[in-house]
Design a binder for this molecule. Sequence first.
Ligand code: TEU
Ligand code: CA
Length: 546
Amino acid sequence: MSKKDKIVYQIYPKSYQDTNHDGWGDIQGVISRLDYLQELGINYIWFNPMIVSPQKDNGYDVADYRQFDPRYGTMEDFEELAREAKKRGIDIMFDMVFNHTSTEHEWFQKALAGDEKYKKYYIFKKGKAPGVPPNNWQSKFAGSAWEYVEKFDEWYLHLFDKTQADLDWTNPEVRRECADIVNYWRSKGVHGFRFDVINLISKKSFEDDPNNYDGRQFYTDGPREHEYLKELNLSSFGNDPEHLTVGEMSSTTIENCIQYAGDDCNELDMVFSFHHLKVDYKNQMKWELQPADFMSLKKLFNKWQIGMQEANAWNALFWNCHDQPRSVSRFGDDKKYRRESAKMLAAALHMMRGTPYIYQGEEIGMPNAYFTDIHQYVDVESINIYAVLLQQGKTEEEVIHILQERSRDNARTPMQWDDSENGGFSDVKPWLQSASSYKDINVKNELAAKDSIFRFYQKLIKMRKEMPIVQEGLFYPLLEEDEKIFAYERKYQDESLICVNNFYPETATFTLPLEGYEVILSNYEDVTVSDTMELRPYETIVLYKK
Ligand code: TEU
Ligand code: CA
């Protein structure tokens, strides 16, 4: 298996393509778009969960790990998808949600019915006093992380929604069940796995957070994490030479990630870390806005690139996913310089060392949805935080503005295929309304455009597939003190590749010894190479020398 020539495209299936007129994306819809993905050139698709779920958290509340939710399709549909994808050189990655299950899962239902075996699958604890939860931890979706069950006079832990009960990984039965699930999907021909919040499974202790924070220091990168991952690897995907695995790591550290994704660690192939996506959080608070801090962003990229490289460990590279607002709105300019900035962000990311992920719609520069009314939002996190922020005294207008910038629904609106109703996603009302931008910003227009973002992504993908330096080259930061430009060099044997990116809507000048370099990619016409160059707004240049 080589992870080094992979380019993963993430599909949020609920919002990709509806074929049976229920406003809900489905497997047949994905099949109908495989030619499009082949044209883009990607060689892996990660699907968000399509299995049985009450959809309180859109499939991250799993009620049955082995059955497709019929709204997506059947096992036969999936087999057809896998076959058709394979024909086009595309493999499939599934999402494994093992930190918690839905409270509608059979295990939790049995636990509630009093079955001791299944009660031990979850984390039930006595409260501190009547009506007081076991500790002060906060759920990631607002409110206490504990829910009371009267029947037992005990509370169960849920780091996310109260319908997402945390599994107890100290229980070997739970670990065996999870490995069995991975093996079940392996038997269906799935080689890729993305493990949801997998660094939260080992809880260190259940004490109060002394800083009155959410408690994350007691459950993040916990003491038995590496042991559990090695065991899971050994008892499931590790037996498959073709596997491709990625762990979603919440608030993690490089020290831990070099073990999660180190070459000889037998844990995972790579990690998603999120520090670079918090540079626009004021005081680390997701719901407090500030403009992206460019110097922090750049320092974080450099630090993670070098830190992982020095330890022979591997990063997943991404700007977007189903939990993040759209990168072009966040780090670029989604109005005046939409095409320029979308391409610049793409090149800046894709030329780094690691495996790039493209989230549906990113390849056409889809911006945030900018919904103006709370009723347009569906995400449980957005709806909860809306109430909390209002209660804290913010005005309706302020709260909507925050959601326009931060809500996960910005990423989840239907894929924009053309300018017909609902952007060609569905001919009936979608489960989450389409963003109004589909009239102009859609695949049809983007494929036809002279300065197409899609075509630019195609080139980046081709470069990764064909150029060893993009796959293997070592990373060296350049122009570290520059306040507008993010630049780096990749080196491989006697080759050198330099990627220079202006993150601002104004011009930026830089000096580097560039004799002998040629431009192999850029987002403006007519670039002349010299030692001192002026970059135009959001200009990106990829230079190469052998
Ligand atoms: O997300 C984990 C996670 O902690 C965040 O991305 C989260 O959505 C955000 O920080 C809240 O402020 C994963 C999934 O990607 C997400 O969709 C799920 O909701 C979550 O786990 C629970 O399974
Ligand atoms: Ca459908």
